[in-house]
Design a protein around this ligand. Structure first.
Ligand SMILES: NC(=O)c1ccc[n+]([C@@H]2O[C@H](COP(=O)([O-])OP(=O)(O)OC[C@H]3O[C@@H](n4cnc5c(N)ncnc54)[C@H](OP(=O)(O)O)[C@@H]3O)[C@@H](O)[C@H]2O)c1
Length: 266
């Protein structure tokens, strides 16, 4: 039977696949539902691609620089989970009851079952996730230069929820412009160099590879993690398609051989 956590990832992956297909098939832009759809799939620079937005929609905007909140939350929450996991693995201290109940409601097995290699995989993936969040936080605080881009409040809540649920998903697998640099411009320009020569969004492609590599650590056969990978695949593919469209519309000289997301393919 599919666990609650797998069902959640399946649903999210399916929702982003549907949104990606709708967008590729030229979803309508007029009408209330279409406007809301466009507002929910776009953020930051690609929001300008759906024309002038009504005032009531703009009321639900939060600054895109709040992306850093995702990683602050992720660092704090996933450090906490890592601490509990280390205590459980090396000091035989059980998870708190509320966490045991939560994990079993989500479909995770009890931590008392089958202590083996899988525990080490979970430990490694949780540590990598934490490292990844920490690196992303540093990037948000000291490297990324956010202009006036915005997110829909639901996208913001989803980002916060994502980093809570991703840590829990890992635990369910237990058997049982630099700050001292000069900002040259706040305008978006055509990125060049390295993987940008092949695709418009190599950072989204790298994100996918990070999650695929975690699936490798889980031994290729962890269905729930592959559902997480599918979610990241469709979610990042959608963002990449919108970003690619943004560049093609904005820059008449945009390199025609560049794909949006996956080199040579898509
Ligand atoms: N796992 C997931 O589900 C998930 C979901 C979302 C994002 N992410 C990851 O989070 C990271 C950041 O994502 P993002 O969507 O915020 O990336 P992004 O839109 O490319 O923005 C990253 C930074 O680069 C700037 N920027 C973007 N395009 C630019 C251009 N053409 N010229 C100059 N500056 C430009 C942005 O400024 P502006 O903000 O002013 O555009 C921002 O400071 C990525 O690595 C992505 O893979 C992961």
């Amino acid at each position: 039977m599919v666990s609650a956590i797998s069902a959640l990832w399946l649903l999210l992956a399916a929702a982003f696949l549907a949104a990606l297909l709708l967008e590729l098939l030229q979803a309508p832009r007029a009408g209330l539902g279409a406007r809301l759809f466009q507002d929910l799939i776009r953020y930051g620079k690609t929001k300008s691609g759906c024309g002038q937005r009504p005032a009531w929609l703009r009321l639900l905007d939060v600054p895109k620089r709040w992306f850093s909140h995702f990683y602050i939350l992720s660092v704090v929450w996933n450090s906490f989970l890592l601490l509990l996991l280390i205590q459980a693995l090396f000091l035989s201290r059980p998870f708190p009851v509320w966490l045991q109940n939560l994990l079993s409601a989500l479909g995770g097995a009890s931590q008392n079952q089958d202590v083996g290699n899988k525990h080490l995989s979970v430990l490694l993936v949780l540590m990598l996730l934490l490292l990844h969040s920490f690196q992303r936080l540093i990037e948000c605080l000291y490297i990324s230069v956010f202009s006036s881009g915005v997110l829909h409040i639901l996208q913001y809540c989803m980002g916060l929820g994502y980093y809570i649920v991703i840590g829990l998903t890992v635990l369910c697998q237990v058997p049982a412009n630099v700050s001292n640099g000069k900002v040259v411009s706040l305008n978006h320009s055509i990125p060049f160099g390295d993987w940008f020569e092949r695709v418009s969004c190599p950072h989204y492609f790298a994100e996918l590879l990070i999650y695929v590599s975690m699936a490798v650590i889980f031994g290729f056969q962890n269905l729930t993690w592959w559902l997480v990978v599918m979610f990241v695949l469709f979610n990042q593919a959608l963002a990449a398609v919108l970003c690619h469209e943004f560049y093609v519309n904005k820059f008449s000289c945009y390199p025609t051989h560049r794909k949006a997301f996956i080199p040579f393919l898509f």
